[in-house]
Ligand binder design. Structure first.
Ligand code: VG1
Ligand code: CO
Length: 543
């Protein structure tokens, strides 16, 4: 075994986006591509000599090979130790937990999350800092700078490490410890939630379906829901992680988890349904005949948090990404706690969680989490719901109806236009940005614009400022339109249009969201000229 120093040159476009670097799998498999980025991470964080790292991934195509590269490069740069999930698997929240629990110097997560996998799909690499959270922009900027000046990388010439057997071995002077990916995480969940109450719920005949979408949460969900909590065998479906996710799209929303949705809306539906994404940090919640939007889910968790042992003392505060609906804001106001509004992406919640300013955080894209780790956590959200349902003894639909009666209903939808020509998408945003100041007071589709701006975030903990985080337009009666371009896509541009309207009349809370939002949708098209500029008359995905 020897350390090889390989000459290379900078590769363009290795700029981490909303959640790490995501590219087509074939791009990542290209000459030096992965190696360049990993060496740039090491360089950007001041080297890994003497450090301990966590490593795991969501099991997608190229996960196993990439993990071996990361190990050989960590060893070649003098890392003291790497803690790896068995078979290079770790869900994102489980990795976050290990990074924190073991007091490590951070970790590498191999995942493109909700993006499809396989040789023609996507791959991704993310670096998390010692607090367990995604690297903040100050760190990802240094990594990106390092990619631009790279001239060489170091890698061990060695056999693959056997990652199927638990225990420690050496790669040069670096200790490689292979751990059970589920064990520590399951213990954490047991500490947070009332497992006795949830077990009693299942013993009473409560039926659930959890769709793991052939992604990483299968083993976690089976171990926790079926083995520890006594849910009936078969509760977890598509529970075996596959490199191509069984040709599915591991994005837990009503479109990509349609089989589950159909079952939950059909005759003899189970009491509760849930799904998670590629790397296990997202969640979809659906009751019998009742889909819960992620924004509403965050509000319900906040309103009922004290039934959960870990949050029995109450919440320090809550935070949501800017495009997430403002349902949780009214819960926070009712509880008398702070509510923070951050840019899209979990990295912006880290400081608030570390500083003890927020306990719960959430995003409209099916991400919810708390200060138990520094990532969003799919299975955690599912257990939180189960704990609430066990404590309340109400079906999901009744719980939602009661919540809306108390707080009003924020009708909410996101319209995605995918694979749009990048120049056209940028022109749409640039043009709208230039007109923002003139919009207040104007009318669109019968609604009046009250305010319009481009969101910038001043982090209250470290004072850093993040600009260009989405265009937002407030309309009459608590309606709002937000537009931004995705930072996780790998083909052209994805335009996301977030639509929201508050309904306070209890007699009008049962409408179809697309109908309830029709005027806001029309206003968005009118103001931004979406059809004209993108050539699309309808969104590709509506959630
Ligand atoms: C999307 C979501 C965002 C989420 C991010 C990573 O980003 O909108 O809320 O944090 O994905 O989630 P974007 O830039 O494409 O809108 V995951 O589960 O894909 O790591
Ligand atoms: Co994810």
């Amino acid at each position: 075994m020897s350390v090889q120093t390989i000459a290379t040159q900078p590769i363009e476009g290795q700029k981490p986006g909303t959640s790490g670097l995501r590219k087509k799998t074939r791009v990542f498999q290209g000459h030096h591509y992965l190696e360049n980025f990993i060496q740039s991470i090491w360089n950007g964080i001041g080297g890994v000599a003497g450090k301990t790292l966590v490593l795991g991934g969501d099991g997608r195509h190229f996960n196993a090979e990439a993990a071996q590269v990361v190990l050989r490069m960590a060893a070649a740069s003098g890392a003291a130790k790497v803690i790896v999930g068995q078979n290079a698997l770790l869900s994102t929240p489980a990795a976050s937990n290990l990074i924190r629990d073991r007091g490590t110097d951070g970790g590498i997560i191999l995942s493109a999350s909700h993006n499809p996998g396989g040789p023609d799909g996507d791959f991704g690499v993310k670096f998390n800092t010692p607090n367990g959270g995604p690297a903040p922009e100050s760190v990802t900027n240094k990594i990106f700078e390092a990619t631009k000046t790279l001239t060489e990388y170091r890698i061990f010439e060695a056999q693959d490490v056997n990652l199927s057997i638990l225990g420690a071995s050496m790669l040069g002077d670096t200790e490689i410890e292979v751990v059970d990916p589920v064990a520590e995480y399951a213990k954490l969940m047991e500490r947070l939630f009332d497992f006795g109450a949830i077990r009693a719920l299942f013993e009473g005949g409560f039926r659930m379906r959890f769709d793991a979408m052939h992604a990483v949460t299968g083993p976690y969900a089976t171990a926790i829901l079926e083995d520890r909590l006594g849910a009936a065998p078969g509760t977890v479906v598509n529970g075996i992680p596959l490199p191509d996710f069984g040709k599915g799209h591991p994005d837990p929303n009503p479109i990509w988890a349609k089989t589950l949705m159909d079952e939950m809306m059909g005759a003899d539906a189970p009491d509760f349904g849930a799904a998670s994404d590629g790397d296990g940090d997202r969640n979809m919640i659906v009751g019998r005949g009742c889909y819960v939007t992620p924004s509403d889910s965050l509000a319900v968790l906040a309103a009922n948090a004290t039934v959960v042992p870990a949050y029995a003392e109450g919440l320090k505060g809550v935070a949501r990404s800017m495009p997430t609906s403002r349902a949780v804001d009214r819960v926070a106001a009712h509880l008398g706690i702070d509510c923070y509004e951050t840019p899209t992406g979990w990295k912006f919640f880290g400081n608030l969680l570390d500083a003890g300013r927020a306990t719960l955080c959430g995003e409209e894209s099916a991400g919810t989490g708390s200060d138990h780790v520094r990532e969003k956590d799919g299975l955690w959200a599912v257990l939180f719901w189960l704990n609430i349902l066990a404590a309340k003894g109400q079906p999901v639909s009744e719980l939602m109806a009661a919540h809306w009666r108390d707080f009003g209903r924020n009708y909410y939808s996101r319209h995605d236009y995918e694979g749009v020509d990048s120049a056209a998408a940028n022109a749409l945003m640039d043009d709208l940005r230039a007109r923002l100041a003139d919009l207040p007071g104007t009318e669109a589709a019968g609604l009046t614009v009250e305010a319009a701006d481009e969101f910038a975030y001043d982090d209250p903990v470290d004072g850093s400022r993040s600009e260009g985080q989405g265009l937002r337009i407030d309309l009459t009666g608590g309606a709002r339109i937000v537009l931004r371009l995705s930072g996780t896509g790998t083909e052209g541009a994805t335009l996301r249009v977030y639509l929201e309207r508050l309904e306070a009349d209890p007699d009008k809370m049962d409408a179809d969201p697309q109908e309830a939002l029709a005027p806001v949708i029309a206003a968005a098209n009118h103001i931004a000229g979406i059809a004209d500029r993108t050539g699309r008359t309808a969104p590709d995905v509506i959630t």
